[in-house]
Design a protein around this ligand. Sequence first.
Ligand code: PLP
Length: 320
Amino acid sequence: MASAEVGDDVYGEDPTVKRLEETAASLLGKQAALFTPSGTMANQIAVLTHTARGDEIILDSEAHIYFYEVGGPALLAGVQTRQVTGLLSENGPAALKQSLRLQDIHFPHTSLLCLENTFNRGGGTILSPEIMREMYSIARDRGLKVHVDGARIFNAAVGLGVDVKVFAEHCDSLMFCLSKGLAAPVGSLLVGTQEFIERARKYRKALGGGMRQAGILAAAGLVALDSIDRLAEDHANARRLAEGLSQLPGLRVALEKVQTNIVVIEVIGRQSAADVVRLLSERGVRCGASGPTTIRMVTHKDVCAEDIEYALQVAKEVVA
Ligand SMILES: *Cc1c(COP(=O)(O)O)cnc(C)c1O
């Protein structure tokens, strides 16, 4: 970062940002990419670029774009969200078909389907390339574009042991985060066709995401993209953590949903999730309550196998 060659990226003159964008586009098998300060901004730019005011977009009822982006689709793009239960599951194609509207003067125009991979509120589950292909085909037949919130798409690829391109080929645009498991300090990328990215670049500027000397950030992003394989360690750590926690009285873990680096724990005893989170935190094990009785833990590059054993020991004492 300290020795990154920089320029004014608003004018497309930062060579390090350009190199990051080219690397991302090529890794994902898309024509072009756009560097953004955050994943939320990249998702919102995608919604803005794919839709017109008054349109409807289809997404899962637990999707990040719907749940955690401050109503951005309504606030920024002026679209309404259609929340579909089970969209990001094996039943996704059937659920999608059911949610598609017929032509009718009363109905909004549906222009976009948003998928999420891995599925954060689902517990880091992977949406298979086969299901994505099926949904992309249904969407295309009805004239919908498909955007993937792929904040953790590399976790999906490493989790299944496949090239990330097998996911990216079943969508028009995809966003991924450099600052989650990939462990860079800042930034996300939006990928798509050249034409799409050119229009997206205008929206990034409108939202205040055009940056000067951003190469210092892009340099860290390039390091992140060079260290994708190590995500497998996070997955192994999450698996060990989940298996250990599932043995403890008062806690329940749906082990089949632990497919990547996220572990969702259900607190079934008398303690609330917030109580357990506080007690763990006092002993240096930090996590979050994702509901009144659920806790979410995430593994990453700064958590090693010994840390997992320590966390399990503390958890055992806390729930005892
Ligand atoms: C973190 C995350 C985002 C948004 O990224 P930010 O950089 O925090 O804005 C979007 N989608 C999912 C699934 C995420 O986990």
